[in-house]
Design a protein around this ligand. Sequence first.
Ligand code: BGP
Length: 462
Amino acid sequence: MKRFPDNFLWGGAVAANQVEGAWQQDGKGLSTSDVQPQGIFGPIVQRTAGDSALKDIAIDFYHRYPQDIALFAEMGFSCLRVSIAWSRIFPQGDETQPNEAGLAYYDRLFDELARHHIQPMVTLSHYEMPLGLVQNYGGWGNRQLINFFLRYARTVFQRYQHKVKLWLTFNEINMSLHAPFTGVGLPGDSSKAAIYQAIHHQLVASALAVKACHEIIPDARIGNMLLGGLMYPLTCKPEDVFETLQQNRSWQFFGDVQCRGAWPGYMLRQLHEQGIELDITDEDRAALRETVDFISFSYYMSGCVTTDEALNQQARGNVLSMVPNPHLPSSEWGWQIDPIGLRTLLNMLWDRYQKPLFIVENGLGAKDCPQADGTIEDDYRISYLNDHLLQVAEALKDGVEIMGYTSWGPIDLISASKAEISKRYGFIYVDRHDDGAGSLTRSRKKSFFWYQRVIATQGDSL
Ligand code: BGP
């Protein structure tokens, strides 16, 4: 028996602002990502004529996609996760008519994928939105954003209804809590109350988009997308165990709303105790009842939770304030490598929601050193991915329903957290460097051939 079912989707995942470049081409407006050239935790800068950022060209996927898709096809991909840059379709966000040149670009992209029998999975908003919606409306803190998003979602559902059957609403929606500008267009010093209200608007918008997708493309499936921030208790002290439950809920609650159709009681209590009462209208409650068809998530690492304040102080500054796990190794960027955690997370999400799951991001960011002849022996990447996929196979045996696996960054791209390219995830190397130098030439790493074989054997080569 094969390790993975025949209909299991294999592929990779990218995001518009991390690969496309062409930041001002064909009528595209400025996006929130364009004014954060140092990444999602970096400062917001005013773009002035003549300045440049690595993301402006990124890996030039906007122009080179036919060549890149041919390489994905060579690896045997059946699925490619991409995102649409909202600001290509509605440059300022509040127009009544979409930008035809932006729509036409994604038509060409989806047609190219179809030629190679690769199914697109499309994220509506991957860490970006039109900057105009922040400058003129105050971002997701403003209810009007719901309608702007819905207009955008309906436009792309209608336009691509025959080409795209797998959709996701917001990338890592729970990251809005940690990177508010990237997630909800609010400054980092916004109050918790403002951030949660903005998140509520986003959750309503997500549910309304799900409804619109069901109406416009009845044979499509639409999911949410969570950062799977799996947490373990550092000790078996009951306080640590309970705090871990709460920390896991801090990201699961997004899934609870999107899969169960209402704000969970534990979350309303937590907010109430902090003096936060959300403005949730009856109309919002009705909207939230439309739930997603499947759950997608990213998984890179796990972390530990403790109630020991001294240890917590040391941990601040990590992306999710995780306390290191003494049993796990870390990547160069301090991300702790935990393949078994992926099996745990898959089981946890399946037990909680009983909805199909899709692993839409997983991978190892590492520095690659091409040898004199240009080859790249990225055994570290192969070993990371191999170990994680073996755990996916275990979860399948556990009875978890898994639709597919798209590794993050199948081609080197600009990192979200640091906006550098030297943190590479790809099976395909891109000759570009943090200082902007490089020919943008693509080449196959050792992992390219490893993944090709994994796909060809449906995981039996793992
Ligand atoms: C996820 C994001 C991606 C991505 C990835 C890796 O959080 O959805 O956009 O970039 O993480 O993170 P990084 O690029 O910071 O290494």
